[in-house]
Design a protein around this ligand. Structure first.
Ligand SMILES: O=C(O)CCC(=O)C(=O)O
Length: 384
């Protein structure tokens, strides 16, 4: 096994929509871990990295982005334009929250699904080595929750979160508009308009992984035997494998590693690839809804977090979502005779409801596949 890959037990995720494309044609290479064999191209060229300042022009930027999202569902955005003080302020405010004693933090819980949670993820038995805070990005919702999160200065906490949300929303919109252009959409802003609708359902999630469940660095780069994970897991799981259900996720973390993405190697077998941390960058994940909207052309990326060694990992993820009533259906430009419609139309509310009945690792989109013979044309995005 090469040092930068973990082969998942029994290759259990041969999902129907899994891309067959190998990782190639990546953009600006960034530092990659040592790698001997599997997923060698990814390892050799580094993770797909996109320079948002568009040194080669906007057209080339949108092509690079579509390629990264079609091949791996994931890229690292550099020169992203997020003001430099926004993220450190958010880190300081959320670190102060997590530094409190447990009874203080519990005042912001339980996660139903918003609020403070510890180890338990969702209501179907998933657990991870982390504590977290989930907030709706609506400023009224932030202000309401801030009273339990920062009892001394709730308004200051709200301001920090609102500034962060605004900055990452702008980044997400820029990415979606560029993807819209690269996909040749008649209205390239149709994707970003879903997440700027006043009643959008976007969330912000802050994960804090304490350094309690230690593996050695060597173990993390090999197949890590479990040390403190019960139940025969192959590694110490901080956050179990899953795809993000929304449209797009914008992830930023401190300089502690742990994030891994699942991608096929040269033989077509899925392997876990560690993503080197970079607090100056944002990592963009395609979510399930974007896969459905693009009729599978862009693929949602399966990822997980493996518990780290000596330092706590702090990550903040903005999940860009449409309004609950938004109807999700393949965009007409993505449906052709050769690429018939893959998913039946559904609302985000319906998708969320289904998601809440399933384990984290479930491939939820498979439940929305159209059967043979009922694949019609694509629809325009509608918000009912
Ligand atoms: O904490 C991380 O780096 C990623 C966590 C994640 O995938 C999630 O919260 O959905």
């Amino acid at each position: 096994m090469p040092p930068c890959t973990h082969r998942p037990a029994a290759q259990q995720h041969k999902v129907q929509d899994r891309r067959q494309i190998k990782i190639n044609a990546m953009v600006v290479p960034s530092a990659a871990p040592e790698c001997r064999a599997a997923a060698a191209v990814f390892c050799r060229r580094g993770i797909p990295t996109v320079d948002m300042s568009a040194p080669a022009g906007r057209g080339e930027l949108s092509r690079q982005m579509v390629r990264a999202c079609a091949e791996s569902g994931f890229f690292k955005a550099v020169n992203h334009g997020v003001p430099p003080r926004v993220a450190p302020r958010m880190d300081a405010a959320t670190s102060a929250f997590f530094a409190q004693a447990a009874p203080e933090k519990q005042l912001a819980g339980p996660p139903n699904p918003l609020g403070y949670g510890n180890r338990s993820i969702g209501t179907n038995g998933d657990v991870g080595e982390l504590e977290y805070l989930i907030l709706h990005t609506n400023s009224d919702a932030v202000a309401h929750k801030a009273n339990a999160i920062d009892k001394k200065e709730p308004q200051r906490f709200s301001q920090v979160v609102n500034d962060y949300v605004e900055a990452v929303r702008q980044l997400a919109c820029k990415v979606l508009d560029l993807l819209g252009e690269g996909l040749g959409l008649r209205d390239p802003t149709s994707l970003s308009r879903l997440i700027t609708a006043t009643d959008n359902d976007s969330l912000i999630r802050i994960n804090h992984y304490p350094p309690s469940c230690a593996t050695t660095a060597q173990e993390r780069h090999l197949v890590a035997p479990p040390r403190c994970t019960a139940g025969g897991g192959a590694t110490n799981i901080g956050f179990g494998e899953h795809t993000d259900p929304q449209i797009l996720s914008v992830l930023r973390a401190n300089d502690v590693d742990g994030l891994q993405v699942l991608l096929p190697d040269a033989a077509g077998d899925d392997v876990w690839l560690p993503v080197p941390p970079d607090p100056s960058a944002f990592f963009i994940n395609v979510g399930d809804l974007l896969q459905a909207l693009t009729n599978g052309r862009l693929v949602s990326i399966r990822h997980r977090v493996v518990a780290s060694t000596s330092k706590p990992r702090l990550s903040t993820i903005y999940f860009a979502a449409p309004p609950l009533h938004a109807r999700i259906s393949a965009l007409p430009e993505t449906v052709t005779a050769g690429a018939p419609r893959r998913y039946r139309p559904f609302t985000w509310a319906e998708y969320k409801k289904t998601m809440y009945t399933l384990r984290l690792s479930h491939n939820r989109l498979d439940l929305f596949h159209v059967g043979d013979g009922d694949a019609g044309g694509g629809d325009d995005i509608e918000q009912e």
